[in-house]
Design a protein around this ligand. Structure first.
Ligand SMILES: C[S@@+](CC[C@H](N)C(=O)[O-])C[C@H]1O[C@@H](n2cnc3c(N)ncnc32)[C@H](O)[C@@H]1O
Length: 192
């Protein structure tokens, strides 16, 4: 990813980051909502969202779950999340961190969601180990990634998730509605 795209989308910061945040909030909204629908958190559950960006999925999860934690390395994106979730902020925690270092306790999450960022993690082995650690036994992991913009092979991801200890893997492709939609590769797994 070149420097401009990284500032706008990969590691959003400054003016470009805020512009990127606005574009992602629009362009990725259908996928963010879809992933929350598939995960179907109950009103008693805690959802950990990795890389929420502008917070569309975070807000959707906060409307359903008891507690939602958003972990993102970008202070600018966390500020957008705070704005978007202002009315639900009593059940939302926003944490500066990464997939590799979420700052969460062992077994503290029922559901972990990651949309369009697994391809940006510098160390996916460490990232999946961390998500395995913070999920409770029986907890669900759901990943989604653009096939076009941030490509990653589904079978490679599936192998990495399995190596981290997850089971009951399912992978599929999902096409968001709309003329400019980008096909998503998605994966679901369970911590045994
Ligand atoms: C392309 S944006 C996607 C945002 C949102 N989920 C969406 O689909 O619109 C990538 C997000 O992942 C975050 N990110 C980058 N590296 C990360 C890492 N190692 N762990 C967690 N999040 C990361 C970025 O700060 C940014 O908010």
């Amino acid at each position: 990813m070149n420097e401009v795209l990284d500032r706008a989308f990969g590691h959003p910061r400054g003016l470009l980051g805020r512009l990127g945040g606005a574009l992602m909030a629009h362009g990725n909204a259908a996928t963010e909502h879809h992933v929350v629908e598939v995960a179907a958190p109950s009103e008693a559950e805690t959802v950990l969202i990795i890389g929420p960006g502008p917070g569309v999925g975070l807000e959707a999860a906060a409307r359903r779950a008891a507690r939602v934690v958003g972990v993102d390395p970008s202070a600018d994106m966390l500020a957008l999340c705070r704005q978007r979730c202002a009315a639900l902020i009593d059940r939302v925690d926003l944490v500066e961190g990464t997939a590799e270092q979420t700052g969460q306790e062992d077994g503290s999450a029922d559901v972990v969601l990651s949309v369009n960022n697994v391809q940006l993690w510098p160390d996916r082995t460490a990232g999946f180990a961390e998500l395995f650690r913070v999920l409770r036994p029986g907890g669900r992991l759901l990943l989604s990634g653009h096939e076009k913009w941030l490509p990653v092979a589904r079978h490679a991801l599936a192998a990495e998730v399995t190596a981290a200890g997850f089971t009951d893997l399912q992978t599929w492709r999902w096409e968001p509605p709309g003329p400019f939609s980008a096909l998503a590769a998605q994966l679901r797994a369970v911590k045994p």
